[in-house]
Design a binder for this molecule. Structure first.
Ligand SMILES: Cc1cc2nc3c(=O)[nH]c(=O)nc-3n(C[C@H](O)[C@H](O)[C@H](O)COP(=O)(O)OP(=O)(O)OC[C@H]3O[C@@H](n4cnc5c(N)ncnc54)[C@H](O)[C@@H]3O)c2cc1C
Length: 190
């Protein structure tokens, strides 16, 4: 039993291709998401369909694997069973791999989330894309230069690879005349 069809869970399932074992792969989505390119969806360089792939499609040549879509809610280690939310069925296992990934953190400032969504899921990317494109559209029609500058100023919190890639992609989208500001937790850069 493998819970999560991200990089970890899928790699595990594929590595067990020849194993004499019956694999069950459970994910709350029926597609694998290639997270490294989320920023390109968030900046309209790619469409969502370019970075997702049905899990069953990836495993279609693997007869020892079956895929269940469902949100794992409870794992009972004593009886070795997995339970899904909204589903009465129980899923027994002999060996369990939990590869459910990570969430972004606001380091105690969860009140920031409505203003600065994370970038972990496809919905996050399309929501950010909507906001970025709307800012450009409103700036296009704006005649007040101060308001136009405000609309075209972007703050990216976190200057790790994703933040820097996001800033670069927004700069490419904007062309040379607009201001993009990247701020990390420890330093700021332009
Ligand atoms: C924007 C971004 C850019 C990145 N860029 C890079 C990069 O350039 N290079 C690099 O090496 N890494 C990069 N990473 C990191 C990399 O994507 C992650 O390290 C990797 O995806 C982690 O794999 P995982 O299998 O642990 O989790 P994930 O890939 O997050 O997969 C977890 C899976 O578990 C499922 N799941 C979660 N909870 C449940 C539940 N309760 N029930 C059922 N299913 C559940 C989810 O739907 C998901 O499919 C990036 C990450 C992000 C967010």
């Amino acid at each position: 039993m493998i819970v999560g069809a991200g990089f970890g869970g899928l790699t595990c399932a594929l590595a067990l291709h020849r194993a004499a074992a019956a694999l069950t792969l459970i994910d709350r989505r029926n597609f694998h998401l290639f997270q490294p390119l989320l920023y390109q969806v968030a900046t309209a360089a790619l469409s969502p369909a370019d970075i997702v792939m049905p899990i069953r499609r990836i495993l279609h040549r693997q007869p020892n694997a079956r895929v269940i879509m469902g949100q794992v809610e409870t794992i009972d280690r004593l009886s070795q069973r997995v339970y899904l939310s909204g589903c009465d069925q129980e899923f027994p296992y002999d060996y369990l791999v939990v590869a459910t990934g990570a969430r972004h953190a606001y380091f105690g400032r969860d009140d920031w989330e409505p203003f600065a969504p994370g970038l972990k899921q496809i919905e996050d990317a399309t929501a950010i894309r909507g906001r970025v494109l709307e800012a450009f559209e409103r700036a296009e029609a704006e005649t007040n230069p101060d308001e136009r500058r405000r609309l075209l100023s972007f703050a990216v919190i976190g200057a790790g690879p994703t933040g820097v890639e996001m800033a670069g992609a927004i700069a490419e989208l904007a062309g040379s005349s607009y201001c993009v500001l990247t701020v990390s937790r420890f330093a700021s850069m332009r």
